[in-house]
Design a protein around this ligand. Structure first.
Ligand code: EPU
Length: 339
């Protein structure tokens, strides 16, 4: 294992922010992680666990910590029953490659989650979701290393406390564990989810007559490519904000004032608002301040057009938050982790 000092992180975060890590190490097994974490000289230095770097924003020039890049690889079928296949993936596998592996083997359940940037280990942290499917729908269990005693713990679905872009790893367990592997329960017979968004329309445009998980994956990739900026070309971290929930009364009041408002009723007497719509109505869509901007095709996404600093992007996000609060009285929450 090589421990580097003052290591540049520009290529390790999809926003392309040129921060520097005081210490940086890449670890490719649980044993290596334990070995590193036992070193007395690093015991009291804060740790930042890095996966694909696709859901974070560095706002400091120098990160006074050890950045631990989780490179644990490997995809294995662990067991199967009549209807399911249980597949374990190392946390450091690229998420989309994992989705492609499942599609090639005809394991159904995550085709709607195609092309989400990042690594497998980050998936459960924020319960990634898209086009009507969330990771929790196919989650079996995960293994995580407890940073306090360096013991491995298993978390089942309940213990992960999944919510909308939420899990225990963003709350009580924040910064206390390193997720090392995730096991998924996938289906031998697919249930197709095509009603969300433009999937059906896209399948039609593709001329698909017989549904398959490969076709749905392709449709999702096409939609994402048409709406969302490719981080390899323009720095971004996907949706920067969450879609906020308001109660029914608040929604009714907003609907009277803004009849075109986009909201989805939830089971808990709340309504989820499309934050992209709120931000667009405040005039932010396509706006550029210096080199930081709000994407012109999806207002939920902030972009780095070149040399924006993390601070500039953060300040832009604050201005967006403030104007949504002022116009609609709705408090947006950042989805991206800020360091
Ligand atoms: N909308 C606008 N203006 C915009 C963007 C959206 O009016 O600039 C409206 C759309 O017209 C539509 C509604 O908002 O009526 C929803 O838009 P969309 O289907 O694009 O989805 P979203 O709610 O904006 C969420 C996820 C995305 C995920 C898509 C598709 C969050 C925070 N974001 O976006 O996830 O791909 O649904 O399922 O929940 C991510 O988390 O990084 C991400 C990209």
């Amino acid at each position: 294992m090589i421990i580097l000092e003052n290591h540049p992180l520009g290529k390790l975060n999809t926003f392309g922010i040129d921060a520097v890590a005081r210490f940086y190490v890449e670890l490719s097994s649980t044993e290596q992680m334990k070995e590193f974490l036992q070193k007395p000289e690093f015991k009291n230095i804060p740790k930042l666990i890095l996966g694909g770097g696709s859901n974070l924003l560095f706002t400091k020039q120098v990160l006074d910590c050890v950045v631990l890049k989780n490179n644990i690889r490997g995809i294995n079928k662990v067991r199967e029953d009549k209807e399911h296949v249980y597949v374990r993936s190392g946390a450091g596998e690229n998420w989309h490659n994992f989705v492609m592996y499942c599609i090639e083997h005809n394991y159904a359940g995550i085709e709607n989650l195609s092309l989400i940037p990042g690594n497998v280990g980050a998936g459960p942290m924020q319960n990634i979701g898209a086009y009507g499917v969330e990771l929790k729908d196919v989650f079996q269990e995960l293994e995580a290393l407890n940073l306090a005693d360096l013991k491995t713990e298993i978390f089942n679905r309940e213990q992960c406390e999944f919510g909308y872009r939420e899990s225990v790893f963003k709350k009580q367990a924040r910064n206390k564990y390193i997720i090392t592997s995730v096991t998924f329960c996938l289906n031998k017979t697919p249930t197709f989810h095509t009603s969300y968004g433009a999937i059906n329309q896209e399948l039609e445009a593709m001329g698909v007559s017989e549904l398959s998980i490969a076709a749905i994956s392709q449709a999702v990739c096409n939609i994402r490519r048409s709406k969302l900026p490719d981080p390899a070309v323009i720095g971004n971290a996907g949706s920067f904000f969450k879609n906020p929930e308001v109660d029914e009364q608040k929604f009714a009041a907003l609907k009277t004032q803004f009849p075109a408002i986009v909201g989805y009723p939830l089971d808990n007497k709340k309504v989820k608002l499309a934050a992209g719509w709120l931000i667009e109505q405040c005039g932010w869509k396509g706006k550029i301040l210096g080199e930081a901007g709000v994407h012109d095709k999806q207002a939920l996404v902030l972009v780095n057009y070149g040399k924006a600093t993390g601070k500039e992007l953060y300040d832009l996000s604050q201005r967006v938050l403030d104007s949504v609060k002022e116009k609609f009285g709705v408090e947006l929450e950042r989805e991206v982790n800020i360091y």
